[in-house]
Design a protein around this ligand. Structure first.
Ligand SMILES: [Zn+2]
Length: 191
């Protein structure tokens, strides 16, 4: 499966809640494979970015499945961990603003408030429950992905924040985006 399978705003599915997975079927495993291929195909066309994670809704599947990259710093490590029905059991730490982008919100970045630590519960691809703690960038990514399966896009957290929106220029630098001109009444971003 290729990057063309990625859905983007204003697709209304991105603001719908995904369904709980009751059994890890071969179809769910195939979905995990497809997500991995899509994430890598997208990344291979983007010199300045990595595919840190993707959720099933982003390829139009409304199952609560996300994949998270195993190593965010090394593009050569191309494997991902799947989390099925992931949920945050506890938010901890401070709330910190940092940059986020999204495969389904092309070229728009935002400074989004997130907790620095979370405790997570999920099911793995073998159908076993897993529980773990995540911090910093991983915690941010997990909050972003769990938002996706709840029908929330990162820009929804910063909708009224005039100084929170950025775009990536040709050199891979983030530049402030003109809020009044490109964000406030943009019908692609808001329904
Ligand atoms: Zn996203």
């Amino acid at each position: 499966m290729k990057k063309e399978s990625i859905i983007a705003l204003p697709d209304p599915r991105l603001r719908e809640r995904s369904k709980k997975v009751h059994v890890v079927t071969p179809e769910i495993l195939e979905l995990v494979d497809n997500l991995t291929n899509v994430a890598l195909d997208w990344e291979d066309t983007r010199p300045h970015e990595i595919s840190a994670a993707i959720s099933a809704v982003q390829i139009g599947h409304m199952d609560r499945v996300v994949i998270i990259r195993s190593d965010f710093d090394d593009k050569a490590v191309r494997d991902f961990t799947a989390l099925i029905n992931p949920q945050i059991v506890k938010f901890e730490g401070d709330i910190v603003y940092d940059y986020e982008g999204c495969l389904s919100v092309p070229d728009v970045y935002g400074k989004v408030p997130r907790h620095t630590k979370v405790r997570v519960k999920a099911v793995d691809i073998d159908g076993n429950e897993v529980r773990f703690k995540a911090e910093d960038f991983l915690a941010r990514i997990i909050q972003h992905e769990i938002d996706h399966i709840n029908g929330i896009v990162f820009i929804d957290h910063i909708r009224d924040n005039k100084d929170a929106f950025y775009k990536l220029d040709n050199k891979g630098e983030l530049r402030p985006l003109d809020y009044e001109k490109y964000v406030k009444n943009n019908s692609i971003l808001w329904d």
